[in-house]
Write a protein that binds this ligand. Structure first.
Ligand code: SF4
Length: 691
C-alpha cells in the first residue's frame, strides 16, 4: 500500500540505453519504491533486477553530500563549503590556463548524463574554458557503430526504428550483443524470432539462440565477410534494392569474394555448415533484423567490423525496409543523446561536425560567441586521458559522470595519469574510484532527484522527472557548471541551470543538424518524440524508409577486409582474454556495487575459464587466479564454464581495485572511431593463494 502523502512520478530507469519506463513513489518519510511503467512500450511492464533495485543508489550509505578539497599536494582532503570549493577550482583553473593556455585544462564527460548536462558540459569546455580537450566515455562504448552507421546511412541513430518493431521479426542476427543480461526486457520483443547469436561465449542470449556462432575473439570481421560471401554465392543478393538504394557494392564484393567459407572457418573456427545455416535462416525470412553491440565494436578494427555487418544487411536489402532493418544496441543510458550534443571531441550540438564552418557559425550564434574563438577538434577519450600530466598535455581535468579509473583500458596507466595532474576535479554522487583520486570532489544530484531529458537507443527523447529532493548539500551538475563558468568570467545567464531553459537552447542549437530537436517541447514529453523533429510536434520513429540521409538518398557500402587483433596469443600469453557485462552490474559498477541486492550474487570479480584450461593452468573452480597480460594482472575468482572456448577467458569489467578487468585490456585504438580494443588481448593465468 502506498504510504499516505506518497507522490507517484513517471520517469525512467537510471541505467542502460533501453531507458525502461518506471513509476517512482517517494514517501514523505524518504522511502522510494519503483514500479515498471505499463504504458511505456519499450519495457511494457518489465524491468530487470537493476531497475527494480535502482532506489538503492539514492540511499547509498556513502553518498557524497559535501564538497571536499585537498588544500595542498599530498594533504588529506577536507570538507569545504560550496563557495570555498568553487572559488578554489576557479582560481586554480585560471592559474593553469594563464600559465599554459586553455588546452592545459581538459574535460571528461559521460554517456549517462542528461542531454542538458552533456550539452552544457561541451559548451562550458569550449566557451568558459576555451579548451579543445573535451571528450567522454562514450568513446569506449559505441563510437565504432556511430562511425560505421554515419558512413553507411549518412546519420547515426542506434535503432532507426522502434524496439517494438522487433516483435514482428522472424529472424534476428545479434552480433556481439548479450541482451538477455544487459537489456533483459528487450528479449520480450525477440520471443517470436529465431535468433542467430554471434559471440565467442555461449552467453545467456546464446542460450536462446536457434544458432550460435562462436568465432575466436577478434575474428568477427572475417566472419561477417564470410557471411556476405555465402549470401552472394548462394544467390541471396537483393539486386533490385542494391540498384535503387545503394552505392558501392562491387568494390565491397571484391573484398568479400576472398572470404570463402573454408577460409573463414580456418580463421574464425566457425564451421562452414554453421555459416551456411546462418545465411539460410536470414535469407529465408521476410521480416529480419541485424543488430550489433559492443562485441562487434570494441576492437582496433571495430568500425570495419560493424561496416562488414552493415554491408551484409545492405546486400540482403534490410535497412530502410518496413519490417526489416539494421541497428546498433547502444549501451549507456544516454549513450545516444550523450554523443549528439557536443561533449564529443569532434562534434557540436545537433550532431554537427566541429570542423564544419556553417555548424560553428550556427552554434556560436546560439551561444553568443565569436565562431573563430571556438576551439577545433581535440583528442579522443583514451588519447586525452593518456596525455594528462605529460609534457604539453593537460595539467587539470574535470570529470562529470564517469569513472575512468575502472572503465578505461590499461587502467593502471590511466590512474597514474590522473594522479600526476596538478588538479583533478570530479563531480559525482558516490565516491567512485576516480573520486578517490580527486583533489576536489563536488557532490551532485542523481536521476530521481533531477529533471531533464534522455535519448534512448531508438532516438526517443524522454523526460527524466524529479521524484524527491536531493540530500542537503548536494547540487545539480548544471548549477555547478554555471557557478564555475561565472568564476571563469562568464555572464551567469549564458549558463542557465534550469533544465527546461537549457533544453530550449539545445533545440535552437540542434536546429538544422542531423540530430534536430527543434520541434520537441520539453513539456510535451509525456509522449516521447523520436528525432529528427524539425517542426513543432514532429516525431520520426522510423528512418530511411524512403531515403537514406546522404545527399543522394542512397546508402553506401564500405569495403573492408579482415586484419588480426592488435595482440594475439603467444607462448608467454597463450589465451585470449575478453571482457563484458553481467546482469546485476552496470558499467564501472560505481552505482550497482552499492546496491546490496545486486552485490549478493555478483559482488566479486570473476573469470570464466573452460575446465580443461583451468586444469592446464593449475586452477580450481572457486579458487583465486591472477589473469596477466602485458599491461599487468588482475585478480579474479575462477568460474569453470564448460561451454566456453578452451582458448578464451572472460572477465566482467564492473569490479574495482585489484579486480579491475581493465588492468589487463589493450588500449590499441580503432583508426576511425578511436575506440580501444576492450574485447581481445593476450593473457595467461596464474593460481593465487587466498589472502
Ligand atoms: Fe534499467 Fe536497462 Fe534494466 Fe531496463 S533493462 S530496467 S533500463 S538496466
Amino acid at each position: 500500500m502506498p504510504e499516505r502523502g506518497a507522490v507517484m512520478v513517471r520517469t525512467h530507469c537510471p541505467y542502460c540505453a533501453l531507458q525502461c519506463g518506471t513509476r517512482l513513489e517517494a514517501s514523505p518519510s524518504g522511502g522510494v519504491t519503483v514500479l515498471p511503467d505499463e504504458e511505456f512500450p519499450v519495457n511494457a511492464g518489465r524491468l530487470c533486477v537493476k531497475g527494480w533495485t535502482a532506489p538503492g543508489v539514492l540511499t547509498a550509505a556513502d553518498r557524497l553530500t559535501a564538497p571536499l578539497i585537498r588544500p595542498r599536494p599530498g594533504a588529506a582532503r577536507q570538507p569545504a563549503s560550496w563557495a570555498a570549493a568553487l572559488d578554489h577550482v576557479g582560481r586554480e583553473l585560471r592559474k593553469i590556463t594563464a600559465a599554459s593556455g586553455p588546452d592545459a585544462v581538459a574535460v571528461f564527460g559521460g554517456g549517462g548524463l542528461t542531454n542538458e548536462k552533456a550539452y552544457t558540459l561541451g559548451k562550458f569546455a569550449r566557451v568558459a574554458l576555451g579548451t579543445s580537450q573535451v571528450d567522454y566515455n562514450g568513446r569506449f562504448c559505441m563510437s565504432s557503430a556511430a562511425a560505421a552507421g554515419s558512413a553507411a546511412f549518412g546519420v547515426d541513430r542506434g535503432l532507426p526504428f522502434p524496439v517494438t518493431d522487433l516483435a514482428q521479426a522472424e529472424v534476428v542476427l545479434l552480433a556481439g550483443a548479450n541482451v538477455a543480461e544487459t537489456m533483459p526486457p528487450l528479449m520480450r520483443h525477440l520471443e517470436g524470432a529465431d535468433l542467430i547469436v554471434v559471440d565467442p561465449r555461449r552467453s545467456a542470449t546464446a542460450e536462446h539462440a536457434a544458432l550460435h556462432l562462436s568465432p575466436a575473439p577478434g575474428t568477427d570481421l572475417a566472419l561477417a565477410l564470410g557471411l556476405l560471401h555465402t549470401a552472394v554465392a548462394d544467390g541471396h543478393l537483393d539486386r533490385e534494392y542494391l540498384d535503387r538504394r545503394t552505392h558501392g557494392f562491387d568494390e565491397t564484393w571484391r573484398c568479400a569474394a576472398e572470404w570463402w567459407p573454408e577460409r573463414v572457418e580456418r580463421v574464425t573456427g566457425v564451421p562452414v555448415a554453421d555459416q551456411r545455416a546462418a545465411v539460410r535462416l536470414l535469407a529465408s525470412a521476410r521480416r529480419r533484423y541485424l543488430l550489433t553491440g559492443r562485441g562487434a565494436e570494441q576492437h582496433s578494427k571495430g568500425t570495419d567490423t560493424v561496416s562488414a555487418y552493415i554491408n551484409l544487411a545492405l546486400a540482403l536489402g534490410l535497412p530502410g525496409r518496413a519490417g526489416s532493418g539494421y541497428g546498433c544496441l547502444t549501451g549507456q543510458g544516454n549513450g545516444q543523446g550523450g554523443r549528439e550534443h557536443g561533449q564529443k571531441a569532434d562534434q557540436l550540438p545537433g550532431y554537427r561536425k566541429i570542423t564544419d564552418p556553417a555548424a560553428r557559425a550556427h552554434v556560436a550564434r546560439v551561444w553568443g560567441v565569436d565562431p573563430d574563438a571556438l576551439p577545433g577538434p581535440g583528442p579522443s577519450g583514451y588519447e586525452l586521458l593518456d596525455s594528462l600530466g605529460r609534457p604539453g598535455g593537460p595539467r587539470a581535468l574535470l570529470v562529470f559522470g564517469s569513472n575512468p579509473v575502472v572503465s578505461a583500458p590499461a587502467a593502471r596507466r590511466i590512474a597514474d595519469r590522473l594522479a600526476s595532474l596538478d588538479l583533478l576535479v570530479v563531480a559525482d554522487f558516490v565516491p567512485s574510484e576516480t573520486v578517490e583520486l580527486a583533489d576536489v570532489v563536488l557532490p551532485v544530484t542523481q536521476w530521481a532527484e533531477e529533471d531533464g531529458t534522455m535519448t534512448n537507443l531508438e532516438g526517443r527523447v524522454l523526460r527524466r522527472r524529479r521524484a524527491l529532493d536531493p540530500p542537503p548539500g548536494v547540487r545539480s551538475d548544471l548549477w555547478v557548471l554555471r557557478e564555475l563558468a561565472v568564476r571563469l568570467g562568464q555572464p551567469p545567464e549564458r549558463f542557465p541551470d534550469d533544465p527546461r531553459t537549457v533544453f530550449a537552447e539545445l533545440r535552437r542549437a540542434s536546429a538544422g543538424g542531423p540530430a534536430d530537436y527543434s520541434g520537441i517541447d520539453f513539456d510535451a514529453l509525456d509522449t516521447p518524440a523520436h528525432w529528427p523533429s524539425r517542426a513543432e510536434g514532429e516525431s520520426t520513429p522510423r528512418l530511411f524508409l524512403d531515403r537514406f540521409a546522404h545527399d543522394d538518398g542512397r546508402a553506401r557500402f564500405r569495403p573492408v577486409t579482415h586484419r588480426d587483433a592488435a595482440e594475439l596469443p603467444d607462448a608467454d600469453y597463450p589465451l585470449y582474454a575478453t571482457t563484458g557485462r553481467v546482469l546485476a552490474q552496470y558499467q564501472s559498477g560505481a552505482q550497482t556495487r552499492r546496491v546490496p541486492e545486486l552485490t549478493a550474487g555478483a559482488g566479486e570479480a570473476f573469470v570464466e575459464v573452460h575446465p580443461d584450461t583451468a586444469g592446464r593452468f593449475g586452477l580450481a573452480d572457486g579458487g583465486l587466479a591472477r589473469v596477466v597480460s602485458r599491461r599487468g594482472g588482475t585478480v579474479a575468482r575462477v568460474r569453470t564454464v564448460a561451454s566456453l572456448r578452451t582458448d578464451t577467458v572472460f572477465l566482467p569489467f564492473h569490479f574495482p581495485d585489484a579486480g579491475r578487468a581493465n588492468l589487463i585490456t589493450n588500449p590499441a585504438l580503432d583508426p576511425v572511431s578511436r575506440m580501444p580494443e576492450f574485447k581481445v588481448c593476450a593473457a595467461r593465468l596464474e593460481p593465487l593463494e587466498e589472502p
